[in-house]
Design a protein around this ligand. Sequence first.
Ligand code: WT7
Length: 572
Amino acid sequence: MPTNQPHMRPYEEEYANFTWETSRKELGYKDGDVINIGEYCTDRICRQGKGDKLALIWEGHSGEEKRYTFNDMRQLTNTIADFLQKLGIQPGERVCLFMDKVPELYFGFLGVLKMGAIVQPLFSAFGSESLLTRLDNAKTRAIFTQKKHLPKVRNITKDLPELKHIIVVDDDGLKPLRELEVAFHMDKAERIDKFDIYPSLAETPSVLHYTSGTTGQPKGAQHVHYSIISQYITAKYVLDLKDDDIYWCTADPGWVTGTSYGIIGAWSNGVTQCVLDAGFKAETWYKFIEKHKISMWYSAPTAIRALMKEGNEVVKKFDLSSLRHLASVGEPLNAEAVIWSKEVFGLYFHDTFWQTETGCIVISNYPGMKIKPGSMGKPFPGIEATVVDLKTHEPIEKKGIVGMIALKPGWPSMVRTYWNNESTYKSKFSKGWYHCGDRASIDEDGYYWFVGRDDDVINTGGHLVGPFEIESALLEHPAVAESAVVGKPDPVNMEVVKAFITLKPGFNSDKMLELEIMNFVRKKLSALAMPQEIEFVDSLPKTRSGKIMRRVLRAKEWGEEIGDISTLENDM
Ligand code: WT7
């Protein structure tokens, strides 16, 4: 059992003394050195004598298991890097990963980085249109996928002239592959022991993660290899990863938690991690923890609330005594969930706050620190944070006042730009601070309390969905004249998507049409983006300039004050 003495010093002491130099030193990095995330997570760990240690314990939905040591992972990531090089992929080109949580996804991520290309992970539940938007924006050169997702890729290939290679990791040869498609079997491929890893430098682009905003299509948050300096030390200090931990990060690498902490954070610390490539079910999850003796568990509020709903009895059927530290991210972790976890697991879930753009945890509850259930905790020692006034953008000195969360730029894993969209990136800064787009207050003891998003983005089960993308998809349906999309309260997912629609003449607002439109969005975008409810209305509230006022609709759903509607054109 790993010890319970935290890596991090007591919070105040750590905050006062911390510098990123600690991380650079531990990773053996000096200014100007070559730094490649792929190398740091595999070859470097093997050089420390951990080649035979398990890196990945993978379990599929029918219980099948695969195990890989750090040396296996080192060689297989070389194999993938070599394969891409032989296909003609050039450093700096974008390679997308569009797969379920199979080992190829994890090793593909590091393999792409090892040969110098930019890795673009996309959630495998995305429909063709969500995929098209993101591949088109990134001008992606190659995509890794599985047979089951191939039809969604084939649907859009003709619209993607830059896409030259579709790599199928589980082709069984039963149906012929088409033009551009090529089979690659990681476990059967020749293992490459020595590969000339691309000599990336600190600022060489590494990962492109797409994230939704209020306006426009999703933006590609562009990270660099230097991000590992943040991810390594936050995984060590916040997740408290120890050499003998068995770690489980439940996030999908289609989202940033699944890469920053489901790949880079864990493996740069040389820690064994488990992956469960199966849907959520309380019994399956508890059994997984028991079977693999998981000691550190990083999950999300929606999952915790879903477990809570299943009740306390089911927990008692399993031996979960291996657990020693729990953390959560992605959406507000309500106090009840924190208290419940202490009751059933004997441990608090430690809430952590961060974003695709921050690349690493920036505000958090730390092992050993007093927990105030419902609070996100305090800024990470290397991060300067505050809340700024909604109008003046100046830091708010008085405690307990709600403002926007703002961070002083400059920590290693901060997003460097949005792909081909520097102007939106620049718009996130004001008066020397980076604005996260969230509202919070800070209490007398310096704890942060989340209030809500400062924009119209919907956070459903920890996944951000942009209203614009959904509204655009809705408008493509022949019956829809106008649409507005907002979040509505949900006991487990916190928020779910609700659409308000006005119909074109000749269409009737009935249940059939509602289901048809829901399905239309699900197929085009994803189940996450699918409205759980559609309300047909005669008109939508608009400003005098014709802009739809989502916040009026949202306020009604949440039973909140509508606020200033002096610019409203029509009365709802
Ligand atoms: C947004 C970022 C990086 C983790 C996965 C999400 C919300 C994140 C918390 C938290 C309340 C949270 C914020 C943030 N969020 N963590 N602990 N409490 N809200 O990454 O998709 O970029 O979403 O998720 O609104 O801005 P993301």
